[in-house]
Design a protein around this ligand. Sequence first.
Ligand code: FES
Ligand code: FES
Length: 285
Amino acid sequence: MKETHLTPCDNKNTTHYTTALTAAEADSIKPEPLSRQTSTNAEAADQGPAKKAHARMNYIAVSAGRMTRRSFLQTASLVALSCRTARVHAARASAGAPGQPPALRPVMLRPITLNINGKRHQLLIEPRVTLLDALREYIGLSGTKKGCDRGQCGACTVLADGRRINSCLTLAIMQQDAAITTIEGIGSINALHPMQAAFLEKDAFQCGYCTPGQICSAIAALDEAAGGAPSAVTSDVRSATVNLSDAEIAERMSGNLCRCGAYSNIVEAVRMVAQGKAGTARRRT
Ligand code: FES
Ligand code: FES
């Protein structure tokens, strides 16, 4: 005797069922009468897609012995579609009324402590806040700039334990153990860092938006070179010393973009510091 398996659909709001007939079983089923099929379709025509499939499925449940392979496959597709449609409607209903924004979920704030320029800052922030936003929006250190906010321009460069990082690409909560240095912590107004003095001396900026990131990056780049770290243009990567040619400086600074195109002057400024020729000039007024 032929057995038809009925399994409940996973949508709790409906009573759809899916059938598990084999292909041989489906082939042996006779076609349903055209008049019956037409009336069923007509009844369902003014209903929604889920109800249409439901009506179609109910019909099949009682007349499974007269299905063709084609009608079986069509019906199975309809049932799957109706289940999906019902889930989408349920999701929309839980998101809020049509035209209304979805309900906001409460966000869990986390207490964190950041060591910025030698000073500890205690914050209560969402875990998803980037270090860049923590610096600018929560601590008020706006010297670090937001350019692309996706790790492509270098405007947000800061030092973490002396190494340069893009602060837009790291979460503040991840940097609690690091000593962060921003442009505000490099030199002071009356005692500039040599790199700041060199940028002034060589006129290595125009609008200045990229400059905090450029200076932080340049300081770390010189430290990297002094430590013998090779770059993509280093001719002898086994050498313990790096000859800081203009090509080396440009390559090592290539992660910092300057929309004003002050690159040649930036290279000059970095070279000046590398050669120990930069002083700690006072800020121009
Ligand atoms: S703002 Fe971080 S890399 Fe551009
Ligand atoms: S000085 Fe304007 S972006 Fe670099």
